[in-house]
Design a protein around this ligand. Structure first.
Ligand code: FAD
Ligand code: SIN
Length: 522
């Protein structure tokens, strides 16, 4: 069975939903997502979304903070677009029903996070992503122009002569089906699942980047994987995020003796950019032979914390930590994929007819390291722009290609794998865990040339085993995710080796810094 649509949207996080809503004004949209529609990194976002909306803030300051966090290698034009178009996109979110926290007298409440020189983060407690996702999903569900396919996975793109004609999907029944689309929008998010310690949910397997690699699209900046400094750190518990917004509200990082340490590492102290805080925590853990440090917000009352950080308060309590009374054990975890599929400021990739935005894309706004709360913003700003561009140019882009695509489909495309025994779930799980351990060890917060080379060596047998499974078994979402993760693992290791400098969140003991390092022993 062949499906047809004007635009095929892959992914239902902030980027996919924004694109679908905007494009569906004039075009038919098929929205495909590999889990249920609400599952995404977006849903777990805590701290908020950055925008210049306070009278005492200004665009130049947000631009400067973004460039500084990006370690001097951001694309300045893209950063300007991000910051200047933020207020319009926030107004859309409010119009769609997102109720950002407000002060009864002063209006919107602005929080502060690492690397920001002003309080400019809009939030809904510590459940900002859930509120944004829900408002957009409600709107998408009501749109007659958007058809939704849940539990369907993008397997590969159909690319011929540099143009994308659609994609091959794996349906819930295990059947492969092609979709014919005049334009295709990738919003598959990030790849935190590459690492054994991550804040990301299971769906974050870097599919879009791996698919684009197979299709020959240009990729960029994959060595820049951001490690969030403060994920929950207790043996046997998940590494859920402890938002940077806690530090914005005065929480302090403490060493194992209970002594604050960030002032020794950076002039912004606990609110320094993330890469710097993560490495400082590593340094402290190393010196104290500890596997975590502490984050202390116990100066705030229980009532305040329950109101401002309901998720964190409750999740810590579920693991025996009462955050109004004791410090939270934390350590870094893989959090955000700064690199990805290279796009311009209208979301265009190097393949015509293929657009990408959000965490899967590399627009250049994050450079070497993303500024806190700029990611939800990037997703909505650039997905909106991509939808406007698609709407304007779709017929021009597709002119003369319809016949060619039909011939392509009639002739058949050699990609099939529906026969064979289902792969062994236990084996896939074990291989995935081996990969994640390998990446954490060899491509984590602190890298070395030797470690990266060793990582590449250890990847080879995993790759060979997956190739055999792909040939002998029927395909499943977990098997295809594993293939994508392994491809991406290799790309990250290669990109890290090819980067001549330590810059932003890529830090190698064997490479000199690109920019002057901050004062102190980092
Ligand atoms: P996602 O929201 O991850 O959506 C990707 C979608 O694609 C999902 O629906 C997924 O199921 C689908 N998908 C993936 N692969 C396939 C495939 N092969 N086929 C079909 N569907 C597929 N950023 C901020 O700016 N502020 C914050 O406060 C913040 N807090 C965060 C807290 C946590 C715990 C995490 C994990 C991230 C946080 N981030 C934050 C980052 C931010 O949430 C993400 O970068 C952003 O939401 C990405 O949006 P997206 O639409 O690009 O991808
Ligand atoms: C956080 O709340 O600390 C996460 C914010 C982000 O990833 O931008």
């Amino acid at each position: 069975m062949t499906l047809e649509t004007d635009v095929l949207v892959i992914g239902s996080g902030a980027a996919g939903l924004t694109f679908a809503l905007e494009a569906s004004r004039n075009l038919r949209v098929l929205l495909v997502t590999k889990n249920e529609i609400r599952e995404s990194n977006t849903r777990y976002a805590q701290g908020g979304i950055a925008a210049v909306l306070h009278l005492q803030d200004d665009y130049r300051q947000h631009i400067a903070d973004t460039l500084t966090a990006g370690a001097g290698i951001c694309d300045e034009e893209a950063v300007k677009v991000l910051v200047q178009e933020a207020p319009a996109r926030i107004r859309d979110l409010i119009r769609w029903g997102v109720e950002f926290d407000r002060d009864p007298e002063k209006g919107l409440r602005f929080a502060r996070e690492g690397g920001h020189s002003r309080s400019r983060i809009l939030h809904v407690g510590d459940l900002t992503g859930k509120a944004i996702e829900e408002a957009m999903v409600q709107r998408v569900l009501k749109s007659p122009a958007i058809e939704i396919h849940e539990r369907e996975m993008l397997v590969d793109l159909v690319v011929r002569d540099g143009h994308c004609y659609g994609a091959l999907l794996l349906g819930p029944e295990g059947i492969l089906k092609p979709v014919f689309s005049r334009a295709t929008f990738l919003a598959t998010g990030g790849a935190g699942q590459l690492f054994s310690r991550t804040t990301n949910p299971d769906i974050a397997t870097g599919d879009g980047v791996a698919v684009c690699h197979r299709a020959g699209a240009e990729l960029q900046g994959l060595e820049f994987f951001q490690f969030h400094p403060t994920a929950f750190a207790r043996h046997g518990a998940p590494a859920f995020l402890i938002s940077e917004a806690l530090r914005g509200e005065g929480a302090r990082l403490l060493d194992p003796r209970g002594i604050p340490f960030m002032e020794n590492y950076h002039s912004m102290g606990d609110l320094a950019p993330r890469d710097i805080v993560s490495r400082a925590i590593y340094d402290v853990m190393f010196r104290h032979e500890a596997d975590h440090v502490f984050l202390d917000i116990s100066h705030r009352s229980r009532a305040e914390l329950e109101r401002r950080f309901p998720f964190i308060h409750q999740s810590c309590a579920a693991h025996g930590i009462e955050i109004d009374r004791e410090p939270i054990p934390v350590s870094p975890a893989a959090h955000y994929t700064c690199g990805g599929v290279k796009t311009d400021i209208d979301g265009r990739t190097s393949i015509s007819g293929l657009y990408a935005s959000g965490e899967v894309a590399q627009t250049g706004v994050h450079g070497g390291n993303r500024l806190a709360s700029n990611s939800l913003l990037e997703s909505v700003v650039f997905a909106y722009r991509a939808a406007v561009h698609t709407d304007r140019l779709i017929h021009f882009l597709f002119k003369g290609r319809e016949k060619g695509f039909r011939q392509l489909l009639d002739r058949g495309i050699p990609w099939n794998r529906e026969e064979g025994v289902p792969p062994d779930a236990q084996e896939i799980g074990d291989l995935r865990q081996r990969l994640r351990d390998l990446m954490w060890r060899h491509a984590g917060v602190i890298r070395t040339d030797q470690g990266l080379h060793e990582g590449i060596g250890k990847l080879a047998p995993l790759e060979a085993r997956v190739q055999r499974l792909l040939q002998s078994c029927s395909w499943s979402i977990s098997l295809l995710e594993l293939r994508n993760l392994i491809i991406l693992g290799g790309l990250v290791l290669e990109a890290a080796l090819a980067q001549p400098h330590s810059v932003g969140c890529h830090f190698s003991q064997d490479r000199p810094p690109l920019v002057k390092p901050p004062p102190g022993p980092v």
